[in-house]
Design a protein around this ligand. Structure first.
Ligand code: ZN
Length: 164
């Protein structure tokens, strides 16, 4: 299932048959069923989701995009990070604090309204140390929206600064 977040949505009938064939051998062992049992029956007997559906599910849960990746990795449009790579001289946020991903997600007053509307306190508290919150579809949706709106506002703030 490695990388199913990426390839899961691309599974066609040919891939599906190959995946199910692989899974079938394992499910026969797990269920102690005769080899004549149908492939469709094995997931029901074992309570294990057919592998093509599991892959598709994973790809739908993880709808990563450019913004979420920047927030999760901290590698992106954050002045302190850019300065560490000598790509920028400035290290402070528009609010005056050190501009890094933790500051943006947890503290920056410029994004308080977005944080309040899109991030549950449980997500905010755990987001860096425990990414399990991203196994919940609603949390992913909130986090994705937070990332999108926050980075969009940052871009706008910086464009305004440049024109002043
Ligand atoms: Zn700030």
């Amino acid at each position: 299932m490695y990388g199913a977040e990426v390839w899961g949505e691309l599974v066609n009938q040919i891939h599906r048959n190959k995946l199910l064939s692989l899974q079938r051998s394992i499910l026969i062992i797990v269920s102690k069923a005769y080899r004549t049992v149908s492939t469709d029956a094995l997931p029901v007997i074992t309570g294990i989701l057919p592998i093509d559906l599991k892959a598709r599910e994973r790809s739908q849960i993880y709808q990563w995009n450019y913004n979420v990746t920047q927030i999760l990795t901290g590698h992106g449009d954050f002045y302190n990070k850019l300065a560490s790579f000598k790509l920028h001289d400035r290290v402070t946020c528009e609010c005056g604090e050190i501009d890094e991903v933790e500051h943006v997600v947890l503290n920056c007053p410029l994004y308080d309204d977005i944080r309040i509307n899109y991030l549950e306190s449980a997500i905010v508290q755990n987001w860096r140390t425990n990414l399990n919150f991203l196994t919940n579809k609603e949390n992913i949706k909130q986090f994705t929206e937070f990332a999108k709106l926050t980075l969009k506002r940052r871009k706008k703030l910086r464009e305004c600064e440049l024109t002043q």
